[in-house]
Design a protein around this ligand. Structure first.
Ligand code: ATP
Length: 320
């Protein structure tokens, strides 16, 4: 292997730059050339590709977003798009490609591997929703950002004896919500992995909570559950307690990556390059039981995981 490419795909996540930096510098240290592909598979199809050197990634480890930019590329889901991508890799002499993204991006990497391009996936998403790995780059920063924002909402909510509903990101997974539920001391967490209590059950809890002398009621709602505004209107109408819903949104995707994200990014990026050097392809990097490991992409995509039952239980117990 002489030349490798690197791209970021799907939603951006803090720590993607630290991953790119690790890939670039490890590759250069191993005597390889590195090409950066802009805007995910979109840039691959259109040949939006440029050479990266050690200095190209200077001063990036602490930056949020991705210097390579990212995109969703429907054309790449078609066989024709994938063939175009493989052809462009050959034009640029790219014989190994590192894809930083989520499950969708790994499916694209698998298709390229079938067309003769060695590919390695690195889990980069704030949602923590990749089954094969205990950690995905961006999660720690996103949870900390959400936690800080919720702290502030809680201050004002307690002062006014309000009920606050805060909706956090996570797509179809409840990890960010559950972590915020525990770390912000929420009274209730609604996640897609668990059956949603009825509006009446929620309202009963709020009223009982008030009788117990609590000055506020904080509900964390996962994006995959949604309906925060409607719930706020209903609670206020029935209880008379002032209720506000806040959807945190994209602020959770930005910001300087935490130490945890920078560390995982650096370790996973280096491992991805080493796997390509060993001639491996169609693999995805994972952090499992405290070790950095790799799995076949097909096997990884078949795995399933769900939120930690014990965490959900503890969140409930600590909300009394
Ligand atoms: P996240 O969910 O964190 O945003 P993701 O990688 O899962 O990340 P997707 O939008 O699902 O995000 O996928 C990103 C891109 O990967 C798609 O726009 C498409 O170009 C490519 N892709 C997704 N699914 C496939 C597939 N089945 N075959 C080929 N390419 C795919």
């Amino acid at each position: 292997i002489k030349t490798i490419g690197v791209l970021t795909s799907g939603g951006d996540a803090p720590g993607m730059n630290a991953t790119i930096r690790s890939v670039v510098r490890t590759a250069i240290a191993r005597g390889l050339r590195v090409m950066g592909v802009r805007k995910g598979y979109n840039g691959l199809i259109h040949g939006d590709i440029f050479e990266l050197n050690s200095r190209s990634v200077s001063d990036t480890i602490q930056r949020g977003g991705t210097i390579l930019q990212t995109a969703r590329c429907p054309e790449f889901i078609t066989e024709e798009g994938q063939k175009k991508g493989a052809q462009i890799c050959k034009v640029f002499g790219i014989d190994g490609l590192i894809v930083i993204g989520g499950d969708g991006s790994f499916q694209g990497a698998e298709k390229l591997a079938n067309l003769g391009i060695n590919t390695i996936g690195i889990p980069g998403t704030i949602d923590l929703d990749i089954a094969c790995t205990d950690y995905t780059i961006g999660f720690d920063t996103a949870v900390n950002t959400a936690m800080e924002a919720i702290n502030k909402i809680r201050d004002t909510s307690t002062s006014h004896e309000r009920c606050s509903i805060v909706e956090v990101m996570g797509r179809n997974a409840g990890y960010i919500a559950l972590w915020c539920g525990i770390t912000n001391g929420a009274e209730m967490v609604l996640i897609p992995e668990k059956e949603r209590p009825s509006d009446e059950e929620i309202i009963r809890e709020i009223l009982q909570n008030k009788q117990r002398g609590k000055k506020h009621f904080l509900i964390i709602v996962a994006e995959g559950v949604g309906g925060s505004q409607e719930l706020a209107v209903k609670i206020e109408k029935v209880t008379g307690i002032e209720t506000r819903a806040t959807i945190l949104g994209y602020l959770q995707r930005g910001g300087s990556p935490s130490a945890v994200d920078r560390l995982h990014a650096s370790m996973m990026g280096a491992l991805a390059v080493d796997l390509l050097c060993e001639g491996k392809s169609n693999r995805v990097i994972a952090y499992k039981d405290g070790q950095y490991v790799d799995y076949d992409i097909n096997e990884a995509l078949k795995m399933t995981k769900t939120v930690d039952e014990r965490m959900y239980e503890v969140a409930k117990t600590l909300s009394i």
